[in-house]
Design a protein around this ligand. Structure first.
Ligand code: NAP
Length: 262
């Protein structure tokens, strides 16, 4: 049987790195995408020491369409069509709308939205021709309910969710699945890289337990085996999700009332 092939973006840190390591330990060949080459190489070395699968490093800016297209061509020629894409590249400072000038907004759209779009586009025709594959988008609860003072962050996550919802419609019956996986707080470097963010999460979010990146990786790996359009992790967040479905206005009010004040 051909080795299973996964493309994982954001593989130099956090959820993406944990997912790449987990899949490689389970025998997958993982194409690890992020900008920091040294971290990707360290990940590949650790995977080689475990010895089950393989990590192939692709250091690049996933928001650069030309770089992604060249990577997709290389990967397709060398290894074929991926069975999975995990879009975990993401960043984003939290700012009020009047503090989000157009240049910052462009940057905030780069990851997770543009990176997910470009990488998925690079492989989608091949996956459709095979009639199989799972695309996982790592999302945030802010893709459902905007949090105060996180305008650009929220827009990029809503754009990612919009892309996912469009894929769910357009991929129906093709054998290729798009999955939006929502986590609460995950213990990663995210809040060190994107300073001035964690302290502005509405205290409503404090009810949701923080999980390790390895747990997030397990959820993603399970989703590859059992793809669903929406995966909400943890149970507490599932309850908040149900409340949002029943009373979206109430949850928006709670986010506002327990979030950052001007
Ligand atoms: N941590 C949480 O609490 C949490 C919860 C829910 C959802 N999320 C979402 O999950 C995603 C990943 O978060 P994380 O916690 O794993 O953060 P992280 O540890 O900071 O990792 C982010 C990853 O994205 C990569 N990246 C950023 N911009 C990129 C670009 N233009 N091209 C290629 N790679 C890029 C970074 O690599 P390089 O810098 O090397 O390029 C890094 O590998 C984010 O969208 C975040 O909003 C996080």
């Amino acid at each position: 049987m051909a080795q299973r092939l996964a493309i994982v973006t954001g593989a130099s840190s956090g959820i993406g790195a944990a997912t790449a390591a987990l899949l490689a330990s389970r025998g997958w060949r993982v194409v690890a995408v992020a900008r920091r080459r040294d971290r990707l190489e360290a990940l590949a070395a650790r995977a080689a020491a475990v010895g089950a699968g393989e990590v192939v490093v692709e250091p690049l800016d996933a928001a650069d369409p030309d770089a992604v297209a060249a990577m997709a061509l290389r990967v397709r020629q060398r290894y074929g069509t991926p069975g999975a894409i995990i879009n975990s590249a993401g960043a984003g400072v939290w700012r009020w709308p009047e503090d989000t000038p157009p240049a910052l907004m462009e940057q905030l759209l780069d990851a997770p939205f543009r990176s997910a779009y470009h990488v998925t586009y690079g492989f989608l025709d091949a996956m459709l021709a095979e009639g199989s594959g799972v695309i996982v988008h790592v999302g945030s609860p802010a893709s459902l309910v905007p949090w105060p003072s996180a305008t650009g962050y929220t827009i990029s996550r809503w754009a990612l969710r919009g892309y996912h919802e469009a894929l769910v419609q357009d991929l129906h019956g093709t054998g290729v699945h798009s999955c939006h996986v929502l986590f609460g707080e995950v213990d990663t470097a995210y809040f060190e890289v994107n300073t001035d963010s964690r302290e502005h999460i509405p205290s409503l979010g404090a009810l949701i337990p923080t999980i390790p990146a390895t747990e997030a990786a397990e959820v993603i790996a399970r989703t590859l085996h059992r793809p669903r359009p929406l995966v909400v992790h943890t149970r507490v967040q599932q309850l908040e999700y149900v409340l949002w479905r029943v009373a979206p206005g109430l949850v928006s009010w709670l986010a506002r009332a327990t979030g950052r004040r001007r």
